[in-house]
Design a protein around this ligand. Structure first.
Ligand code: ZN
Length: 282
């Protein structure tokens, strides 16, 4: 079921057991725009069926927030203009060359080009995958792009991110709603989960310049301003105490500076920043 955020914005909640991210729908007077195309044709079809039940203008645009498979493998299902930033386009080119039969999938997983969960979802949720080829995006932008859906402006911006280097966010000014994709999350490199520490403050700045009250996140669905502020605060405090690859030193600094123990989230973030220090020191 779609969740209604306002008269013109709906979203399909993330579904973690099937690696399905949050999908968004924004409607103007003339057109509708989709945010992320789903992790598979089946996910996309489920979303399109829900949209059919709404009385909204036709879907003219699909914006893909970044080039992680769970956000774009459903894109062939949309008869719409697919929009990505330049770097997302570069990464997606690799996926356009892949074959999706069992033998090829197993080869990609063995070579660490694809994770096992991705293979599993492809096997269950892409019908006719022996002949499946991912389409190319239609519009590629550099830094920002503004789209008018008919008395409804959407601002796309490629921002700095702790998750990937190709993160696009979508801001709808007259609703004070922003779709963040996965940009505010960490990432895994060489099996180490980390937040790119050098990009944390630039990212928060990039996001906070928009006057948003509701935030849609790829694997959380919705957060209000207060929840987002707490998230930024915990991340920032954790980052400030991590200055080396020593977890002990970071926790000690945390206690000295805040005169308390870190909570579970802060401890999780501190570990992720320590991991980032390790990756940077390699
Ligand atoms: Zn992602």
């Amino acid at each position: 079921m779609l969740n209604k955020l306002s008269d013109t914005i709906y979203y399909l909640s993330n579904q973690d057991d099937r690696e399905r991210p949050t999908l968004g729908l924004v409607s103007g007077e003339q057109y509708s725009l989709i945010i992320d195309s789903g992790n598979s044709p089946r996910h996309a079809k489920d979303f399109l069926l829900e949209i059919e039940n709404l009385n909204v203008p036709p879907v003219k645009y699909v914006v893909i927030t970044h080039a992680h498979w769970d956000h774009f493998l459903g894109m062939n299902e949309f008869d719409a203009t697919v929009i990505v930033n330049r770097q997302t386009n570069e990464i997606m080119k690799e996926w356009q060359c892949l074959s999706y039969d069992d033998h090829s999938l197993q080869k990609y997983v063995t070579a660490n080009q694809m994770n096992a969960m991705c293979m599993e979802i492809i096997q269950t949720d892409i019908p006719n995958r022996d002949s499946f080829k991912l389409k190319s995006p239609d519009v590629i932008f550099e830094n920002t792009l503004t789209i008018d859906l008919g008395n409804k402006i959407c601002i796309l911006e490629r921002i700095k991110s702790t998750h990937t280097d190709d993160s696009t966010i979508i801001y709808i000014p007259d609703e004070k709603v922003i779709f963040l994709g996965d940009c505010a999350y960490g990432t895994t490199t060489n099996s180490l989960f980390h937040y790119k520490q050098s990009l944390l403050l630039p990212m928060i700045k990039d996001i906070q310049k928009y006057d948003a009250e509701m935030f849609l996140l790829g694997h959380e669905s919705i957060c209000d301003l207060n929840e987002m502020d707490i998230y930024w605060e915990e991340l920032t405090t954790a980052s400030q105490v991590v200055r080396s690859t020593s977890l002990e030193n970071a926790i000690e600094s945390f206690k000295v500076e805040t005169k308390r123990d870190p909570n579970d989230n802060e401890l999780f973030f501190i570990k992720a920043f320590v991991n980032d220090q390790m990756i940077q020191s390699l």
